[in-house]
Write a protein that binds this ligand. Structure first.
Ligand SMILES: Cc1cc2nc3c(=O)[nH]c(=O)nc-3n(C[C@H](O)[C@H](O)[C@H](O)COP(=O)(O)OP(=O)(O)OC[C@H]3O[C@@H](n4cnc5c(N)ncnc54)[C@H](O)[C@@H]3O)c2cc1C
Length: 466
């Protein structure tokens, strides 16, 4: 027998549970379906566990640096990977269990556990159950891409999900992919004590960033003893006894990297291939992302797609914003839209990168008249006091409107300090608002007004190009 609801939500990631609460709170009868772990990627195999482990790695790093701060620690530093994992499991597990409890206790909401599939535009099956609703919300997320590299099927490999079960120290971790996932795992495992090699096909790590940002990140990682292999044009794998060989075929360096474990971090793909979207008539693009409009409605009236599966963002905060947009339009008569969102994210290396808006090379490509300010972290007192002076900050401003176009803060506290810039960008206020603000001393943020007082024409500044 088919069960009728006012709304069906597929997936309990960073939009589904919040939407369930709003819809159920508005008196709708809601069904929410989860096939695996409550809370999805962020909570179980993404943000929360990785940042928990980044914190463990930072602790190991700082203990090794203790003498720099006058702290005496004469014994060898070792990391107990079982304890690192159990701390991570406790924090991530607590969040996941909290979401499960919350949903299962929610009035007007029924939780189904199993794989959801569209049978038609208004009908979804979960195992032997059939559910129908006039409104269906897809929050199905994504998963790691396993690329068709020669020999990959003959070697064991890890992804961001399976590496969560690792409770030992890999002797030599080979990471394929120099994007944010590869870089975070790379630095973390190096600090735990593994030898680490990061292999990247592009000539740069963090390839979407400006050249000065990605070069500084590479230098930071190399300083910690991470091997970085760029321009790796033809990556393949084979086994020799216990060892895994990654064939790199780069322009320079050893054509072969010998490691003990491989982590694939080459990108993500949407979980849309097994959802029955054809039966529902929902259109996807050529990479499998669900096509949505500015209010996240799909090609089928009554079906919305939120989060990583719609390709409009790839972060927890963008997924949560998708929930806000859908809820505002449906329940609050507030026409919020995706195109109002400003690009913002962080890369959680240590020190982190906080980013907002356009990169310098994107601004240059627009051809507009712009101003740029730049300041190295060696000239930020807070960074000097903390002994964390790697990196720099820079900001780009429209020369005519004086509105901020973009910024990057690669340095201690950069993931937090970027928000004062981001908020002024949302306010569409001129940069002089921050320049005249009195920021707290000593902070990284206090140098943002100073940097804005030293703007120069972008056309005259040495350029970051990629
Ligand atoms: C290693 C790593 C680190 C990251 N770090 C950060 C970070 O620091 N900051 C940040 O903002 N983002 C980070 N991200 C990205 C972030 O995790 C994702 O952008 C976010 O989780 C996307 O949320 P979502 O709700 O769209 O999808 P998901 O969180 O993937 O949730 C989708 C849910 O739907 C379920 N599902 C899928 N298909 C079905 C089906 N057919 N039936 C039933 N259920 C289904 C899945 O099981 C899953 O629970 C990271 C990602 C990774 C991999």
């Amino acid at each position: 027998m088919t069960k009728t609801y006012d709304a069906i939500i597929i997936g309990t990631g960073q939009a589904g549970p919040f939407l369930a609460e709003r819809l159920a709170g508005a008196g709708m009868k809601v069904a929410i379906i989860e096939r695996k772990l409550f809370g999805g990627t962020c909570v179980n195999t993404g943000c929360t566990p990785t940042k928990t482990m980044v914190a463990s790695a930072y602790a190991a790093y700082m203990v090794r640096r203790a003498a720099d701060f006058g702290v005496v620690n004469k014994g060898p530093v070792s990391v107990d990977m079982k304890l690192v994992k159990s701390r991570k499991d406790a924090i991530a597990g607590h969040s996941s269990a909290g979401i499960e409890r919350w949903l299962k206790g929610m009035t007007n909401c029924t939780v189904y556990q199993g794989h959801a599939r569209f049978e038609s535009s208004k009908e979804v099956s979960v195992g032997s159950e059939r559910l129908t609703a006039d409104r269906i919300f897809i929050n199905a997320g994504g998963r790691a891409v396993v690329p068709q590299m020669p020999g990959i099927e003959g070697v064991p490999y890890l992804t961001n999900s399976s590496i969560m079960d690792v409770d030992f120290l890999p002797r030599h971790l080979i990471i394929v992919g120099g994007g944010y996932i590869g870089l975070e795992f790379g630095q973390m495992y190096r600090r735990f004590g593994s030898e680490v090699t990061i292999i990247e096909t592009a000539p740069y790590l963090a390839r979407h960033e400006d050249e000065d940002v990605s070069t500084t990140i590479r230098e930071m990682l190399e300083l910690e003893g991470i091997n970085v292999r760029l321009n790796a044009t033809c990556i393949g794998f084979s086994r020799r006894g216990e060892e895994i060989l990654a064939h790199v075929d780069c322009n320079t360096g050893d054509p072969e990297v010998r490691g003990s474990h491989v982590l694939l971090a080459v990108g993500r793909r949407p979980n849309t291939d097994d959802l029955g979207l054809t039966e529902a008539g929902v259109a996807v693009d050529k990479r499998g992302y669900i096509v949505v409009d500015d209010q996240l409605l799909t090609s089928v009236p009554g079906i919305w797609a939120l989060g990583d599966c719609n390709g409009k963002g790839a972060f927890t905060h963008t997924t949560f914003n998708d929930f806000e947009i859908v809820a505002a339009n449906l329940l609050d008569n507030d026409r919020r839209k995706v195109s109002d969102r400003i690009t913002a994210y962080a890369l959680y290396t240590d020190p982190p990168l906080g980013r907002a808006g356009l990169t310098e090379s994107e601004v240059r490509k627009t051809g507009r008249r712009a101003l740029i300010g730049r300041r190295p972290m060696t000239e930020v007192r807070r960074a000097v006091e903390k002994g964390e002076t790697q990196g720099f900050m820079k900001i780009l401003v429209d020369a005519q409107t004086h509105q901020i176009l973009g910024a990057a803060i690669l340095g201690t506290g950069g993931d937090e300090a970027i928000h004062s810039i981001l908020d002024v960008m949302y306010a569409k206020a001129p940069y002089t608002v921050i320049q005249r603000a009195v920021h707290i001393h000593p902070t990284v943020s206090e140098l943002i007004p100073t940097m804005l007082g030293e703007l120069q024409p972008l056309s005259q500044a040495a350029g970051a190009s990629k």
